[in-house]
Design a protein around this ligand. Sequence first.
Ligand code: 0A1
Ligand code: ZN
Length: 881
Amino acid sequence: MRTSQPQTIYLKDYEVPPFLVDHTDLRFELFEDGARVHSTLSMRRNPESAAGQPLELDGDSLELESVALDGQALSDRDYEATPASLRIDSVPDQFSLSVVTWIRPQDNTRLEGLYKSSGMFCTQCEAEGFRCITYYPDRPDVMARFRTRIEADQSRYPVLLSNGNDVERGELDDGRHYAVWEDPFPKPSYLFALVAGDLVEKRDQFTTVSGREIDLRMYVEPRNAEKCDHALVSLKKAMRWDEEVYGREYDLDIFMIVAVDDFNMGAMENKGLNIFNSSCVLASPDTATDMAFQRIESIVAHEYFHNWSGNRVTCRDWFQLSLKEGFTVFRDTQFSSDMGSPTVKRIEDASLLRTAQFAEDGGPMAHPVRPDSYMEISNFYTLTVYEKGCEVVRMIHTLLGPEQFRAGSDLYFERHDGQAVTTDDFVRAMEDASGRDLSQFRLWYEQAGTPRLTVEDEYDDAQGTYRLTIHQSVPATPGQPEKQPQHIPFAVGLIGEQGKALPLRLSADEDENDAPTQRVLELTGDSHTFTFHGLQARPVPSLLQGFSAPVRVDYPWTRDQLMFLMSHDPDGFNRWDASQRLASDVIESLMHQPKDVRTDRRLLTAYRHLLADRSLDQALVARMLQLPTVAALIEQSETADVQAIHEARRRVLTELAVELRDDLVACYRRNQESGEYRLEPEDIARRALKNTALAWLLHVNDEEGRMLAVKQFEGATNMTDRASALRALVNSDFEGDRQQALDRFYGQFKEDPQVVEQWFAIQASSPNAGSLAHVEALLEHEAFDWKNPNKIRSVVGAFAGQNLSHFHAKDGSGYRFLAKHILALDETNPQIAARLVSPLTRWRKFKNVYSEGMKSALETLRDKPDLSKDVYEVVHKSLKD
Ligand code: 0A1
Ligand code: ZN
């Protein structure tokens, strides 16, 4: 057991920084056995802070070599230094502090601060990594101008990069060289970055609206030189889009992107020098799937958009993380939506939210979008802060409309450029620009938990009126037993007998022609009733159109009504939602039923129509054909019986695939394509549809399906088709073909880590091939590496997060496996270790056979001596009553 409990930090304890830094001057001497960091900080007391406080700087695992104040070396009686802090009791009001530290990037397996990845030096400073480099007031509300000099061996590290503009370079003795970078924009330390390596440079150009020429530079290892085009194209699209939609123009003369293989997260928005996980930036048709191409486009845009939302206007403290993340995710979703199919984008985002974020919101780690306490901030880079935070901004957009929202964002930038602010400042700018009162709306930032809307309706034939009554409740969450009703934009439509969207008349005198067919009802109280006039017959309600708020909706649609919505709802999102509700209902009703109980024919009919429907957006059809995942079904159940859910889902899928076999083959053949790989929405949709059909055919071991899969695997001209065929074979019982395809695939791509990650993930997530024994064998594979987060995610993460029937084996073996590896990882990379605990945290959601094993795995973790703060927090909160 960990002997001391890590400290909890509270939002209510926030105080302004006692000292400010005007200028940060850094000099890095990079060597093979370590790095020496010279820092000179021009500091002064903050006039807004109480007088007379001592100077206390943050550190983490630092070795101090020397300290000087205003050029005078201090003796160790003048300060108090530990690896985690440097304290000087008496300093003048204004001074220059010079500190030299020695650090060991080579041994840094946590991947925070300065570390090495495939031979290059790189950094990750958000949230608190800068303190692993030198002593510093490492908090986002201290913003300074940085000047960085990097010195290193010239042949090993010909490329030396940091934030801003390169102002000087030159040669030194002993084959060394240096470069000096200056960033004119004040920034917090978490946005600092440094890269030194043997990298190739890909250049491009962007001309801003005002005619400034920006140098775009991408740096990658030589073997990746051919995988940069897509990121650069995406970057230019994002730059143009942000100018057009938000009026924001890039502010430096250079914008750089670097790809590194070892990275804890997806990417990082360091000022002028974005650093990316290779898997989130490198792509070629041969090696990346359509999904990867789309993900890269959105992440490149996300990091670029941070230049304003995060960098120019930053967070006052880490409780405000969603200030930059919620708004930036909102912009990247708008961007992706404009670049592709808006309906499909909305479906993807909403399904992530409804499965994973709702799960977080209903579990022991539930926290508000603006948390009010944490032990380890790294644990709060969550779906709630990012994705729910995005939904909160989206609701403001819905309530204000696009023009007023834009006015609000302009006002926000105008007011706060160069400042470190709060989510409240953001909301206030939106209020001031629009004249709307968002005081109740602020509860979205303060209350955790997913609001539930229960909807009742009543049709009055004589009056021709239809009444909708909506009750709202927000569940209790840890630390928040009582909740107030929230302000919810609830978009609705009513569909008439002929399948037409009806005019929504909220009063009897309203003219039919003036009435819209969609209305955003604003819910603010515990319950509301809305009466619609002028109806000829009972309509079918289409509720929460476009997923207008991150809430659950309960309404007792019949299966016939759901089928009706699937083919008539003008709102594409709700067509999909109806398909998911229908399929979920059918699957749930089959659980624990004898084997001879058959799947409701109506589901079959609905899918047959879908497969034949060519008038509908084919990307939407591909989505509607996906049965709800086991994870989504778990989330929808009261107490989950994973094996029963898995089995019922499998039965439905089997029956559908057998019955629709000819339709699937026809759909496959119709959507086969020849010619060059194109990344247009129609092409992506065609591949998605074809590959879904293939997956279904192989699920039932169809012989023709097998032939098609082998042929597709061998003849594929792109990774989408190759990986889909491989996945289909891996999920079939054609063992010979499966093994052959796996071997061929690995043989062909073993030099490419991003492809090997896909190869691992396809196996580890397979309900068929991904048994625990097989997953354990993957961990022994030559390509597996415990130091590389992507490999860990693609095997351990994919197994525990996606292969639910094996992970939740009733004998508890899956849980013990996960706990064992978390314990080991806690020693090398606590951030990754803590993230892997997540599948265990919701143990209370499951039936006893599962929850007991999950709980005991958590207890094993709890009992480890010297557990990291990261894992400690998640484990203790999960076990708390
Ligand atoms: N700000 C980045 C995400 C990020 C957060 C933390 C990291 O290390 C602990 C790395 C990246 C983003 O939103 O893209
Ligand atoms: Zn971000």
